[in-house]
Write a protein that binds this ligand. Structure first.
Ligand code: APR
Length: 281
């Protein structure tokens, strides 16, 4: 009886089979999708983990609801909570994790087709992933500007304001006294054009890796569903999320993502290279 399930690409739904698929040379366009879970090991809290997530710890800022800290209309009337958070999140104090380094290893082996990240910590760049292979879907702290007249604001004065916990205002004061905000995508703002230009890369993938995300926020959360059913999708996450696990070739590697990535590196014979690259960063 030939049921209608599509033929499987992987010999079995396991890390070993994913390694075998990569070593066979059949996986040459790997698309990776990441979230805050790959930076928690670097010391940056994620958003929604019950105890340690940022949203659980913003109570001290008495926000109407946790996400308000990244809400544009709330920011306009009260920018202080965001700048309290910015002080904790600002790039420069953190080191890339083994998961970041694994992705840069894929790139160095010519296997990374595209990385879509929701993270604003710029650790992907610090891990050596080529900038043209990174889509920072929710922006980053890399630059900042006035939210009213869009005039860019200097990096050095921004760093000083963030460090002092001061709210920066437009450089064109007093003509414009708009608030300055990093190029982080707030709720209510559009994602960067690059995200929409590059989503087709997800549909071109021959292997999808999803790492450290709850897949709660759209349109990013729909990326893993852009790949055809025949494309294996591997989830490295503490818990099962989104539609992962529903395709014939989905592999769930539940638990700490660094541990999962190390398991895959072992099966690939890349473990030594991975650890050395991470130590030498
Ligand atoms: N190993 C594996 N998974 C982990 C680890 C870890 N060490 N630490 C956390 N996780 C998992 C959590 O269990 C959760 O499923 O990572 C996921 C993190 O989810 P969120 O905290 O919701 O972060 P993220 O998915 O990146 O949030 C998306 O929401 O707040 C907005 O714009 C913000 O980009 C952010 C977006």
């Amino acid at each position: 009886v030939d049921d209608d399930t599509p033929p499987q690409t992987l010999s079995e739904r396991s890390v070993a089979a994913v390694a075998e698929y990569i070593k066979s040379g059949r996986a040459r366009r790997i698309v990776v999708m990441t979230g805050a879970g790959i930076s928690t090991a670097a010391g940056i809290p994620d958003f929604r983990s019950p105890e340690t997530g940022l949203y659980a710890n913003l109570a001290s800022l008495n926000l109407p609801e946790p996400e308000a800290v990244f809400d544009l209309s709330f920011f306009r009337q009260n920018p202080a909570p965001f700048y309290v958070l910015a002080k904790d999140l600002y790039p420069g104090n953190y080191h890339p994790t083994v998961s970041h380094v694994f992705i840069s290893l894929l790139a160095s082996k010519g296997l990374l087709h595209q990385l879509f990240t929701q993270n604003i910590d710029c650790l992907e760049r610090a891990a050596g992933i080529p900038a043209d292979l990174i889509v920072e879907a929710h922006g980053s702290f890399a630059a900042q500007r006035c939210i009213e007249c869009k005039t860019p604001f200097g990096d050095a004065p921004m760093r000083e304001h963030v460090r002092a916990g001061k709210v920066p205002r437009c450089e064109r004061a007093p003509e414009c006294d708009g608030l300055v905000k990093p190029d982080i995508v707030f709720f209510g703002e559009a994602l960067p054009r690059l995200f929409f230009e590059r989503t087709r890369m997800a549909a071109e993938a021959d292997l999808i890796l999803v790492m450290g995300t709850s897949l709660q926020v759209h349109p990013f959360a729909s990326l893993p569903n852009l790949a055809p059913e025949s494309v294996p999708r591997v989830l490295f996450n503490l818990e099962r999320v989104g539609t992962l696990g529903s395709h014939a070739d989905d592999v769930l590697v539940l638990g700490d993502c660094d541990a999962g990535v190390r398991k895959l590196a072992d099966e690939l014979g890349w473990r030594e290279e991975l650890e050395t690259r991470w130590r030498e960063l």
